[in-house]
Design a protein around this ligand. Sequence first.
Ligand code: LLP
Length: 414
Amino acid sequence: MNTLHRLEGRLLLEGVSLDALAERFGTPLYVYSRQALEEAYQAYVQAFSETPHLICYAVKANSSLAILNFFAGLGTGFDIVSGGELARVLAAGGDPSKIVFSGVGKTADEMRAAIKAGILCFNVESLSELHRLSRVAGEMGRIAPVSFRVNPDVDPKTHPYISTGLKENKFGVPIADAPALYRLAASLPNLKVTGIDCHIGSQLIDLSPLADAADRVLALVDALAAEGITLHHIDLGGGVGIRYNDETPPDLDAYGRALAARFSGRHEKLLLEPGRSLVGNAGLLLTRVEYLKPGDGKNFAIVDVAMNDLMRPALYEAYHEIISVKQKNGSPTRYDIVGPICETGDFIGFARDMCIEEGDLLAILSTGAYGMSMASNYNSRPRAAEVLVNKNEIHLIRERETQDSLMACERLVY
Ligand code: LLP
């Protein structure tokens, strides 16, 4: 994270001291850097400058209204997967004509809301979904824009829970079935075929599966064109990985060049659906050390962040770098950094060598993506507050939940 730096022993994000933020807003606290968000977006703009394109930010990575509003201001589109995400994008000022709607389980209500809003397209993931969309659009007297999400069956070489483009995954339609589905869609009066989509997985470190998927999709687009079915856009999904630990993420410029070579002379617009690579390294999570607890053969640092605040370590054994906000000299001790939740799976990081005391503030890095958006209230824990910093400005973009807000929708029976 380029916008995180030390100055006279203090840790600053842009011009803002993390100690001061924790004092003012408490912990756990998600903190995002506006500059880092902007730089991540500009890296895409630059890498794909040779190819007419639209970046559709994958809302699931971080759906905070202020972040969506920031991207809307940059002119991005959005990739949504639920009616809730649609409502958020609209509330944040997103342009509905730049929204693509992915997901295997779209309900009729969600389809209605998206048609009413006038989205760019539905990324249709099954024959049944196509029939439902056709019926819903017919009932509304409207024409729904259709793009099939095809499953190209390439191995993205990532964690099995976040790979999506293999034939055993639930996503998309098999690429071999696509021509027949396109013919059917083109024949239905309330549907208009507009594009094609694929997304093979997330946190991809190797470019070659992305390039392989692109080649398979382009071959299909050409075969469709030969039949007279022409598409307006080709959406190659998200998936570009980031550095959490010692990974070397794909070179975005090289990806841009690889696609520019493939898109040169084509008329279709390129769409991309990045999530993690736009927000992941723009955010960190502040936590306080509550207790240091020597165990049998190991030491625990019990912090006030838990798996409900940051689920990635528990769910994927994901690595997040953890650093002390105050620099301390001395010989480090090895700790398992764990949360207060009553599950052994409630860990944030194993075997970290750190100089820490009770009461110290720690920063869990690279938590801008799939951090807050996956947070829950497990163990009746209010979700964290969120702050966006811009140079020296501090903006509270989400208040910490309260016990009252947590109980507001519940009713007693007896
Ligand atoms: N488009 C579609 C259709 C997707 O399913 C996803 C992510 C994206 C775009 C964005 O992918 P990205 O650029 O962020 O890799 N919770 C997991 C990640 C799940 C990703 C699911 N799909 C994690 O914390 O690693």
